[in-house]
Design a protein around this ligand. Structure first.
Ligand SMILES: [Zn+2]
Length: 250
């Protein structure tokens, strides 16, 4: 990631910055392609931000918990976290190791969301509908009719598919879709909110020029649906990430 990112950033800068500069109200001298110094400063800042993330209290805390569980031979107390220990094939969601990292002082969700979804008779479709209703409750338009006709919400029986959930904007307008194999459980409940967050963002920039039909940064895109998860963290997050606990490796 660290080596890849500057290259990606440089390409994005080279393509996007001139267009941005032409449309912005910046002073004439600032219009046109970024200077080498501007591009370098951008990449340096991004690298520094990424370094801060990898060295964050949360990263440190999770690493310590994994070290506690697996021992030094598997997960060292320092350095990167092994990607295959994070409970997700792509390491992009850490929710599946919640039971490993939750503080020992009795903190917990206080309820079993999977059991509640089952008890209330949720289906994969109604989970997606619930996510849609959440965004509608914030004032956004309902998802288009075609979304419900064209999305893949459960694993089809007649063919092999790639089940990793993703959100699509086929025509960069209103043909937004979900591709997923949803099961009725807490993890997928958050997944549908996450993916519909992508759809929301995709639709929000449909009237923008092509170059701007994406998040300003992938992180923004990923964050839209994930703010819904904040409810899982609540006050315990601050406890869980206490610097002293983390850096003592406990
Ligand atoms: Zn995503």
């Amino acid at each position: 990631m660290k080596h890849l990112f500057p290259n990606v950033a440089a390409v994005v800068l080279a393509v996007a910055m001139p267009a941005y500069a032409q449309t912005s109200n910046t002073k004439p001298a600032a219009r046109g392609a970024p200077s080498a110094a501007e591009a370098k400063a951008f990449v340096d800042n991004a690298e520094r931000d990424l370094a801060n993330v990898s060295d964050s209290d949360l990263h440190c805390y999770v690493r310590a918990k994994l070290n506690e569980k697996y021992g030094d031979a598997v997960q060292s107390k320092t350095g990167p976290i092994r990607a295959d220990l994070l409970g997700n094939m792509w390491s992009q969601e850490w929710g599946n190791i919640y039971d490993v990292v939750v503080p020992k002082d009795g903190a917990g969700l206080g309820y079993d969301l999977t059991k509640q979804l089952e008890a209330k008779g949720y289906t994969p479709q109604s989970m997606v509908k619930t996510a849609e209703n959440f965004y509608i409750s914030l004032g956004f338009d309902p998802w288009p009719k075609t979304f419900w006709e064209r999305s893949m919400i459960v694993r089809p029986r007649d063919r092999e598919v790639q089940c990793h959930a993703s959100a699509w904007d086929i025509d960069n307008k209103d043909d937004i879709r979900l591709k997923a194999c949803i099961h009725v459980n807490a993890d997928d409940f958050f997944t549908v909110h996450h993916e519909l967050g992508h759809n929301l963002y995709q639709r929000a920039y449909k009237n923008q020029p092509f170059l701007f039909q994406n998040g300003a940064n992938d992180g923004f895109h990923e964050a839209i649906g994930d703010f819904r998860r904040a409810e899982r963290a609540d006050g315990r997050l601050s406890e869980a990430t206490r610097r002293d606990r983390c850096h003592s490796g406990k």
